[in-house]
Design a protein around this ligand. Structure first.
Ligand code: PEP
Ligand code: MG
Length: 757
């Protein structure tokens, strides 16, 4: 110990510099690696030093060694979790043992000749919280490595991880199937959240540039920088707390207070200081401590612990920004930014300059998540559920967002980029064609007029009204305003938005849907009661509105005020029984009466409708329709409930085809019941925005469709090319089919009739 301790008093800085020099030396990669292990062994007074790297198969391969049998290099491969080396990688934590062979995880590999070595110290090479390799030193004598040595080997491992990943240490050919080889092109399959194509350079959300300099030139300077950085960080949170008391709702305030507490966390502060004392720059120290946190919490399932990890991540990011001299909110973005995030909060996307953001990639989330909704509204192509994407990209990497196939191409080859460019050109050509159609009425070849509306939810959507030529808003999702707010929007704020929408629409009709929150659409500022096991089947939408009438009444009050003197259309989501509709409609009456008594002007025409999204209503339309002024089919929910398949769960959401006899027959029965009673009916789910599906809908007799903005043009093109009388005859036959899906048949029918899909 005394000898090793003596060597380490020089700190790992000298050693790290030697490693850098060895790497800069040029020559074959293997030769450089050999020098690196030799240097480490010498410096740490170890008889053995080895580097293992993880191959794409998950096996850890011995890449270089000083002290073990050289024949074992590239021959010894350990399965995931095998031996002590595997254990270090699995735990993503260092392991120090004085007598390794007596440890239950020890796996003896005769080809390495490691039997005489007792003391073992292994540290993971971490990238994004995962081990991409393991650095090991071994000594013949039974000895215990002290804390400083454990600390030092981690620092060396960090530098190695960076240099391996950046391609400095190994040649490209050797990196090819090393698991984390960030220079390789890669394709990851995810889920389509917002359609469209884009390419550009990666901007990591909440993560500043990885430290450029890992090694401190002057340790004292780095200590001061770290201390000052921490002070600035704490002061900035204090300022938020002080200035925000009035603005921040109770819960947000508490969150910030907890956050402030973390900034003071002694363990965190101490780890940072120790890392700087070990020879790292302040930035590299923050990065290293963050990696350790990630690794430690990676396996945690407890949501509380996961949240805490998020807090530490966030703090680390803020600290890195402070160290980089950046002021929050003033981040410079390239003008072709592709934002990459694990997940985004309600307002995050809106905080970025819209002009710079070309696309969005997310590791988590769902198509129904806030960011996805906002991305669609802003027409930013977005792919989500991309496993590991955040760790496989570096700031500035070139990346393609394919919102058509639901894929991300990381560091694409030139030919891939070329093919995406040409697809984008075709797309914009088509878009130009759609734009030309915007003032053409949607009439089928044989003269049936279809009313084509659009769905909206944010003020930014209103631009789409004119741009697409939609004839009005068939579904205004009022909950978006609530979801992107920091606090419950007040009466005036709600009224102002509804007025803005009505003004923008002018003579065009707007159908406001009352709040569809609850279930998994939890508002951060609203007290939540118990967590629900099945949020989609839980107390969402009208159920919550009826349980908390003050919330719903406030919204109705705002709607009535905004609609004063003009036509106001209001509909209720998730109606499952006629009694719910009666109760909701009664609240409208109560609010009208309230306004009347105060002499407030009321809408000139008030129409109240129900969304048909719960299958139960299909067998009670005779009771419901006479109570409503109109209905709208929410096919997204209707089919999720009909098929018992959670629309936000990628494992099941695409399992059933809406172009199937049961789904089409359900739609047909709604259309027929409405026609018989003269009830206006529209379809406002995603179906209405896809040409083939919309073709099926008009064949079933629907003449009012409300589509997402991107679907209006393509659906209009379909309508203009459809001979409806002939198409309907073909469709009638398909409804009797015994097949699980009739998608192909409907497509053949449409193609035979030259329908523009
Ligand atoms: C639907 O369910 O089809 C619908 C239009 O409502 P949302 O997608 O907002 O649930
Ligand atoms: Mg719905």
């Amino acid at each position: 110990m005394a000898v090793a301790g003596g060597a380490m008093t020089r700190g790992p800085r000298v050693l790290l510099r030697q490693i850098r020099e060895a790497m800069a030396d040029g020559g074959p990669a293997q030769g450089r690696l050999d020098v690196v292990v030799r240097t480490i062994a010498q410096s740490m007074v170890a008889e053995v030093c080895s580097i293992y790297l993880r191959r794409a198969s998950g096996e850890l391969e011995l890449f270089a060694t000083q002290g073990l049998n050289p024949e074992a290099v590239h021959a010894t491969r350990l399965k995931p979790g095998e031996g002590l080396v595997g254990e270090v990688a699995r735990l993503a934590q260092p392991i120090s043992l004085s007598d390794a062979p007596s440890h239950p995880s020890f796996a003896y590999r005769p080809e390495t000749g490691e039997d005489p070595y007792h003391a073992f110290l292994g540290a993971p090479l971490l990238r994004g919280g995962r081990a991409i390799g393991v650095l090991v030193v071994q000594n013949r004598a039974e000895r215990r490595y002290d804390e400083d040595e454990v600390e030092d080997i981690q620092t060396i491992a960090m530098v190695l991880a960076e240099t391996v990943a950046s391609g400095e240490l190994l040649a490209q050919e050797e990196l090819r199937d090393v698991e984390v080889a960030p220079h390789r092109p890669e394709r990851i399959k995810g889920q389509r959240f917002a359609e469209g194509l884009a390419y550009g350079h990666v901007v990591l959300h909440e993560a500043p540039l990885p430290p450029e300099r890992l090694l401190a030139e002057n340790q004292q300077v780095e200590e001061i920088r770290l201390r000052e950085g921490l002070n600035t960080l704490k002061a900035s949170i204090d300022a938020l707390l002080d200035g925000g008391q009035g603005k921040l709702a109770g819960q947000s305030f508490e969150v910030l207070e907890t956050y402030r507490m973390f900034a003071d966390d002694r363990g965190w502060n101490r780890s940072l200081e120790e890392a700087v004392r070990g020879g790292l720059t302040a930035e590299a120290a923050v990065d290293r401590v963050r990696n350790e946190h990630r690794a430690r919490f990676a396996q945690a399932r407890d949501p509380y612990i996961k949240e805490r990890l998020h807090d530490f991540e966030d703090l680390a990011n803020r600290l890195l920004r402070v160290l980089g001299g950046e002021t929050p909110g003033q981040r410079q973005l390239p003008d072709d930014a592709i934002l990459v995030a694990r997940n985004l909060g309600p307002a995050d996307l809106l905080e970025y300059p819209r002009d710079c953001i070309r696309g969005l990639l997310m590791e988590e989330g769902s198509a129904a998540s806030h960011a996805a909704i906002v991305a669609r509204a802003l027409q930013i192509p977005c792919v989500g559920r991309l496993q590991g994407v955040r760790d496989r990209l570096s700031e500035g990497d070139l990346v393609i967002v394919d919102g058509e196939t639901g894929e991300a191409h990381l560091r694409p080859r030139p030919d891939m980029l070329e093919s995406v460019r040409s697809r984008m050109a075709v797309r914009s050509q088509r878009q130009a064609e759609f734009a030309k159609l915007k003032d053409t009425p949607a009439v089928t070849v044989d003269g049936t007029r279809i009313t084509l509306l659009t769905n909206a939810g944010l003020a930014v959507d209103l631009e789409n009204l004119d741009a697409t030529g939609a004839e009005g808003i068939g579904l205004f999702r009022t909950e978006f305003q609530f979801m992107v707010s920091e606090e419950l929007p007040r009466l005036n704020t709600q009224t102002a938005l509804y007025k803005l929408v009505l003004d923008a629409a002018g003579d065009r009709p707007v159908t406001f849907r009352t709040l569809d929150i609850g279930g998994d659409k939890v508002l951060p500022y609203m007290e939540t009661t118990e967590r629900e096991e099945n949020p989609a089947l839980g107390r969402r939408a009208i159920r919550l509105g009826l349980d908390r009438p003050s919330l719903l009444r406030l919204q109705l009050r705002a709607l009535l005020a905004a609609g004063a003197g003009r036509e106001l259309r209001v509909m209720f989501p998730m109606i499952a029984t006629v009694d719910e509709f009666r109760a909701a409609r009664e609240l409208v009456d109560v609010e009208c009466e309230w306004a009347r008594r105060r002499g407030r002007p009321l809408p000139a025409l008030l129409r109240v409708g129900a969304m048909i999204e719960c299958p139960s209503l299909l067998w009670h339309l005779d009771a419901l329709l006479p109570l409503t002024d109109f209905v709208s089919v929410g096919s997204n929910d209707l089919f999720q409930y009909m098929y018992a398949a959670d629309r936000t769960n990628p494992l099941v959401s695409d399992r059933y085809d809406p172009l199937s006899p049961p789904a089409l027959r359900a739609l047909q029965s709604i259309q027929k019941a409405c026609a018989e009673t003269g009830t206006p009916v529209s379809v406002c789910g995603e179906l209405a925005g896809r040409p083939l599906e919309a073709f099926a809908l008009i064949c079933l007799g629907f003449t009012r469709l409300s589509a997402p903005a991107g679907g209006v043009g393509p659906v209009k093109r379909m309508i203009l090319s459809t001979d409806l009388t002939t198409a309907r005859r073909g469709m009638d036959k398909l409804l009797g089919s015994s097949a699980g899906s009739v998608r192909n048949e409907i497509e053949s029918l449409a193609r035979k009739l030259n329908v523009g899909l």
